[in-house]
Design a protein around this ligand. Structure first.
Ligand SMILES: [Zn+2]
Length: 223
């Protein structure tokens, strides 16, 4: 079974370095139903204007690959920042897989965003650690960027793995280059918990993934 991964360009926003960063979601085409990893940008107006977002609806982005929201059987949020879960409401029929620790963090740290997104009624499937979501599609915990961050590993039969890294590394540079002591040189927001973040990075490198896909960078890295 070969699992195809399609990248969606969902938005552009001003990144921590002042440059324009893309926001990607990823569709995993699976015989058990398509899975969407991260849904793009949404949130209260004051939050979006702060980030100077050029947005695109998830439905428009899906139309670009010949799909509609109804074709998405499940959603995986790598974490609950506004540029990764902002359009979850477009998929009310789809269970949303997120780490329990991440939902708790969002409710603690970002109550305004949680209110806007209507998290109380969201169809969350809460995870406590690594889990297989569909045959060949797993999540692994990669805390550090946020307390409950997870990344997605896609394994096709006979092929090397794809790693959908979320914000565990914003760009290939953070994935490749060791930062200075205590995270010196990392972009703002990359590592809320630097020790945990380093551990997650080591864990991901140990996977030996054939391809690493970034939410905020167009390059695809090869391990
Ligand atoms: Zn983030």
């Amino acid at each position: 079974m070969t699992l195809e991964i399609r990248r969606l360009h969902l938005a552009a926003l001003r990144g921590p370095d002042g440059g324009e960063w893309p926001v990607h979601g990823f569709v995993i085409i699976h015989p058990g139903g398509a899975a969407l990893v991260d849904t793009g940008v949404g949130g209260p107006d004051e939050l979006l204007s702060d980030w100077r977002v050029v947005n695109r609806t998830a439905a428009d982005a899906l139309a670009g690959i010949g799909m509609t929201p109804a074709d998405v059987g499940l959603v995986i949020n790598t974490h609950l920042h506004f540029d990764h879960c902002g359009q979850n409401a477009v998929f009310p029929h789809a269970p949303v897989y997120v780490q329990r620790a991440e939902l708790a963090r969002a409710q603690r740290e970002e109550p305004q965003l949680c209110d806007w997104l209507g998290f109380m009624n969201a169809p969350f499937e809460l995870l406590d650690g690594d889990a297989e979501i569909l045959p060949g599609v797993s999540v692994i915990t990669t805390p550090g960027h946020t307390a409950g961050h997870q990344s997605v590993v896609v394994r096709s039969a006979g092929g090397s793995a794809d790693l959908l890294i979320g914000d565990a590394a914003y760009t290939p540079r953070q994935y490749r280059q060791p930062p200075g002591p205590d995270g010196a040189g990392l972009p703002d927001g990359q590592a809320a918990d630097f020790t945990a973040w380093q551990g997650s990075l080591a864990r991901m490198h140990a996977l030996g993934a054939g391809r690493v896909h970034f939410c905020h960078h167009t390059a695809i890295e090869h391990d």
